[in-house]
Design a protein around this ligand. Structure first.
Ligand SMILES: NC(=O)c1ccc[n+]([C@@H]2O[C@H](COP(=O)([O-])OP(=O)(O)OC[C@H]3O[C@@H](n4cnc5c(N)ncnc54)[C@H](O)[C@@H]3O)[C@@H](O)[C@H]2O)c1
Ligand SMILES: O=C(O)CC[C@@H](O)C(=O)O
Length: 524
């Protein structure tokens, strides 16, 4: 008998297959009300209200699987769950349409001032001249983040006669053309859009994406919408733009803190809000509940789960054999994705030497997951990487070769972008670790660990000293430095390993050194 704790409001109809199973005992209670029996549960089902913290996991030693009836898993400590061998599953597309429709409802309500007019009429007023709005027809809609929800919003906007201007650094031209939208830089979208809606995950890169500087680049009279995650639009930074009338109105479904309490934004008449309702429809809740219920049944029946976001389905035996290459693959993908931070169509992986005799499918999936990790909202791992790549129009393939470049094993990854191709090669040396031995056409040798800095420059005397001086001036300590070049006096590169990450100011100072062409931060 498996015990399942359902701690948030999840559609009962969707959970019906679980309730019908004689093998499963379902308990519907908040975590706080189940304190005494937490240790007895095998599975935990949540939406976004329950915070699945490390502390909670400590109290649930029997837990084997966590199901999130929705997309974002930011309320679950996935790392802590993974460490404990707990599988985390979600329902990545069950609420896409509802979230897109809610965004659109907010957009219409915002430009036609529907919530304000509603309150006025309910207060027994009849003040038609106070609520003159704008049409959506003919307006330019800026969409930042063009994944599942962003692309559904675009379809609806086109039906309303709007032109759609998209910023998504990972969107390919092919996919944009198929969906009838144009791709632009962030600055272009900010400058032209009458209405801007954000649909990215909340990551280090997107936190505060619409902050003081970028808000200043928007058109006077712009409308803003956030139905993705609180914090993508910086709430504090918005206040002066609302006070001086630069921003005509804001619609928020999500907040940096939920509930937002007595937030200063709530005092503005032209800020309209909902309490995180994007996924709150009968249909979406049925979809997400059905998806997680089916996955839970598979899991308990010992069948593979398809929407797991943390664990690969590997036997212990296979895992032990491929473990080292699995980690190397992940790092090759992660570094390549950051280096090629542009849309890509294809990844090609070549295995040579001892690694070519192993279960390379898992290594490729690990590499793919590493590559996709900086680009997608939900956590991506070996189990869902292939599906996520397909959704994003990225193909991948494996090849086998005898060319080991003198190493016992070698994994080579070539990434094909729109106008650029990049190759990285790595090897694993038992009892020593992983080494990157080839990077963008140059033979080099460095460990893919920690905070790395890539510098491409012309091969001139004194370059190392100049770089060292700039980093020294910013109090950044260099742990290791590797140099390589194609030919004397030609294209050369340095890979530095630093004791701490560097910010944009340091990158800009380095880029100003004569003969330095590119500087990039790479985290491994
Ligand atoms: N309000 C709600 O109830 C609700 C419901 C569902 C989803 N969501 C949230 O909506 C957001 C989008 O969900 P989705 O299912 O469309 O995710 P998705 O992964 O399909 O799409 C996210 C897109 O953002 C892009 N992106 C990543 N980093 C970016 C950056 N720095 N700049 C611009 N684009 C970037 C990715 O390339 C991707 O195309 C998530 O934050 C999700 O948690 C909210
Ligand atoms: O469960 C909810 O209502 C929120 C869902 C949404 O934010 C998600 O990320 O799927």
């Amino acid at each position: 008998m498996f015990r399942v704790l359902v701690s948030d409001a999840i559609s009962e109809e969707g959970l019906a297959p679980l309730c019908a199973s004689a093998q499963i005992d379902i308990v519907q209670k908040k975590v706080s009300e189940a304190e005494e029996e937490l240790h007895t549960f095998d599975a935990l089902l949540v939406r976004s209200a329950t915070k699945v913290t490390e502390e909670l996991l400590e109290k649930m030693p029997n837990l084997k699987i966590i199901g999130r009836a929705g997309v974002g898993v930011d309320n679950i400590d996935v790392e802590a769950a993974t460490k404990r061998g707990i599988v985390v599953i979600n329902a990545p597309n069950g609420n896409t349409i509802s979230a897109a429709e809610h965004t659109f409802a907010m957009m219409a309500a915002l430009v036609r001032r529907i919530p304000q007019a509603h309150i006025s009429v309910k207060s027994r007023e009849w003040n038609r001249s106070a609520f003159v709005g704008n049409e959506l027809f003919g307006k330019k809609l800026g969409i930042i983040g063009f994944g599942r929800i962003g692309s559904e919003v675009a379809k609806r906007a086109r039906a309303f006669g709007m032109s759609v201007h998209v910023y998504d650094p990972f969107l390919t031209k092919d996919r944009a053309e198929k969906l009838g939208v144009s791709i632009h830089s962030l600055d272009e979208v900010l400058a032209v859009a009458d209405i801007i809606t954000v649909h990215t995950p909340l990551t280090k890169e997107t936190k505060g994406l619409l902050g003081k500087d970028n808000l200043a680049k928007t058109k006077k009279g712009v409308y803003l919408i956030n139905c993705a995650r609180g914090g993508i639009i910086d709430e504090q930074a918005l206040i002066p733009f609302l006070e001086n009338g630069h921003v005509a109105g804001v619609a928020l479904d999500v907040f940096e803190q939920e509930p937002p309490g007595d937030h200063p934004l709530l005092a503005f008449d032209n800020v309209i809000v909902t309490p995180h309702l994007g996924a709150s429809t009968v249909e979406a809740q049925l979809n997400v509940a059905t998806q997680v219920a089916e996955e839970l049944l598979h899991f308990f029946e010992g069948r593979p789960v398809t929407s797991s976001i943390n664990l690969p389905a590997l036997s212990k035996d296979v895992y032990e054999k491929i473990q080292a290459f699995y980690h190397l693959g992940r790092k090759l993908g992660l570094i390549a994705s950051q280096f090629m931070n542009i849309p890509v169509q294809e990844l090609s992986v070549t295995y040579a030497g001892t690694v070519a005799d192993l279960e390379t499918t898992y290594i490729t999936r690990s590499l793919l997951a590493g590559f996709l990790r900086p680009r997608v909202a939900s956590t991506v791992n070996e189990v869902n990487a292939a599906m996520v790549a397909k959704e994003r129009g990225i193909t991948y393939g494996e090849k086998f070769s005898d060319e080991t470049h003198g190493y016992a094993n070698c994994i080579s990854l070539t990434v094909h972008g729109e106008n650029k191709t990049f190759t990285i090669k790595g090897t694993h040396v038992p009892n020593y670790g992983d080494r990157i031995v080839h990077f963008d056409g140059v033979a080099i040798d460095f460990a893919p660990e920690g905070h790395l800095l890539y510098i491409q420059h012309q091969d001139r005397p004194g370059m190392i000293g100049k770089v060292g001086n700039v980093l020294g001036a910013y109090d950044v300590n260099i742990a290791t430095m590797q140099v390589g070049r194609q030919e004397a006096g030609g294209k050369a590169m340095m890979i530095l390993s630093l004791d701490k990450p560097v910010d944009d100011e340091v990158l800009q100072a380095l880029a100003q050194i004569d003969d330095i062409e590119t500087v990039k931060r790479l985290e491994a």
